[in-house]
Design a protein around this ligand. Structure first.
Ligand code: FES
Length: 150
């Protein structure tokens, strides 16, 4: 569900909400019910509306995530390019988790998103703030190995 009408009609309020959610996520690690309530209190908004925004945008986490959040695009451009499904399958197999899950060691969370703003360079993935494009399985292996510290 898209964020509420109130936020849609007030770009300044929306900008404040998105910033506040970002700061709260940095402080709490993810957007806990307490964090959502604090943002709602600060912005004088209904907590339900804050929660809607928190669950609508892929950069916000309402559940604990692994240290490295891997996002793979399932958007139309990447789907048509044909690289995203293979990348997702490879990551699921390599990490032993499905999309939406975190590895038991807490190191990786695998997520599907609608667009990484990298539509012409599929297959692509974002890990935390770093975008990787035109990936091969060998490159994925090297990236994961580096993030594991080896
Ligand atoms: S549709 Fe996949 S990056 Fe945009």
């Amino acid at each position: 569900m898209a964020p509420g009408l109130f936020v849609k009609q007030d770009p300044a309020k929306r900008a404040m909400l998105l910033t506040a959610l970002y700061v709260a996520q940095e402080q709490y690690g993810h957007l806990t019910p307490e964090a959502v309530q604090r943002v709602a209190d600060r912005l004088n908004m209904p907590p339900g509306e804050v929660y809607e925004a928190a669950t609508f945008y892929s950069m916000y986490k309402t559940k604990p995530a692994g240290r490295h959040v891997i996002q793979v695009c399932e958007g139309l451009s990447c789907h048509l390019a044909g690289g995203a499904e293979g990348l997702l399958e490879y990551l699921q197999e390599t990490l032993g988790v499905k999309a939406g899950e975190t590895t038991p060691d807490g190191l990786f969370t695998l997520e599907m998103v609608q667009c990484l703003a990298s539509c012409g360079t599929s297959p692509a993935m974002r890990i935390n703030d770093t975008l990787y494009e035109n990936l091969t399985t060998d490159q994925v292996d090297m990236i994961l190995q580096e993030l594991r510290g080896g």
